[in-house]
Design a protein around this ligand. Structure first.
Ligand code: NDP
Length: 242
């Protein structure tokens, strides 16, 4: 039986990325797992076919090195999931500029770095899939989310146009826009007033969507035949009004 191709996941140390790591591995894919907390990735003992790397997605060289390492062991990456993200919430005026820039750096530059690191090989191979994790926040603005809204909205149009330009190269692009998911994401919010409002939302949705659901849907999208491209998906709890 032919070996399954390498799947690369950024932000694999928690939340959606962690579930992606486990579902792809348990379905027979070797995985390249990237995050700043490499020690967490190394602790995924159940995942045997893996390469782990300490990667800050804002640093292109770190991403590139990790990819070289993964591809040396398992061959070309056929699926890149640009998942790493942060969400420091706050009233625009109150939010420190450092947090604003961090949001743009991780959520936009990180995705650009991820795409740039794999696209040349995918184009050469005339095969590949890139899945960018956006958010309902990329479609709808909401209180205290302004910079996060902006970062995710940027990913929506960026993904759309890069997808169009690479249709001729047989590369699929999928934009995934989850609603509120039960993860560690809110820990990057430092402004307590904003956290209190967000916590009310979390509580009203019993913690949010199970990240396993997001990961399972991404596996299904990827396993469609290469000529079929699910371009965009928004998934939320039924109870979530967006
Ligand atoms: P978590 O906080 O649980 O996980 C975030 C992951 O991103 C961690 O593995 C973290 O790893 C990684 N990360 C953060 N900054 C960097 C960085 N600079 N370089 C590399 N990795 C980084 O959040 P989620 O699982 O919820 O988030 C995953 C994606 O889903 C994000 O893009 C988020 O915006 C999006 N999303 C989440 C929703 C939610 O409600 N949870 C809703 C909609 C979209 P480490 O700290 O080890 O580097």
């Amino acid at each position: 039986m032919k070996n399954k191709p390498l799947v690369a996941i950024t932000g694999a140390s928690a939340g959606i990325g962690k579930e992606l790591a486990f579902i792809f591995a348990s379905n027979g894919y070797p995985v390249l797992l990237m995050a700043r907390r490499k020690e967490i990735l190394d602790g995924y003992d159940e995942i045997r076919e893996k390469v782990t790397a300490k990667v800050d997605v804002t640093n292109f060289d770190e991403l590139q090195e990790a990819i070289t390492l993964g591809e040396a062991k398992y061959g070309p990456i056929d699926l890149m999931i640009n998942n790493a993200g942060v969400m420091p919430l706050g009233d625009y005026v109150a939010q420190p500029r450092t947090e604003k820039y961090q949001t743009l750096d991780v959520n936009i530059k990180g995705v650009i770095n991820g795409m740039d690191a794999v696209l040349p090989t995918m184009i050469k191979n005339h095969h590949g899939t890139i899945i960018n994790i956006s958010s309902v926040a990329g479609r709808y603005s909401s209180l205290n989310h302004s910079v996060y809204n902006g970062s995710k909205a940027a990913i929506n149009l960026l993904t759309e146009e890069v997808r169009k330009e690479n249709a001729k190269n047989n590369i699929r692009f999928t934009l995934v826009e989850p609603g509120l998911v039960k993860t560690e994401l809110s820990k990057t919010t430092t402004i307590s007033e904003a956290m209190e409002i967000y916590q009310d939302q979390i509580d009203s949705l019993n913690g949010g969507l199970d990240p396993k659901m997001v990961a399972a849907m991404i596996l299904k999208i990827y396993e469609l035949p290469q000529e079929v491209n699910i371009k965009e998906v928004m998934l939320t709890l039924t109870a979530q009004m967006v």
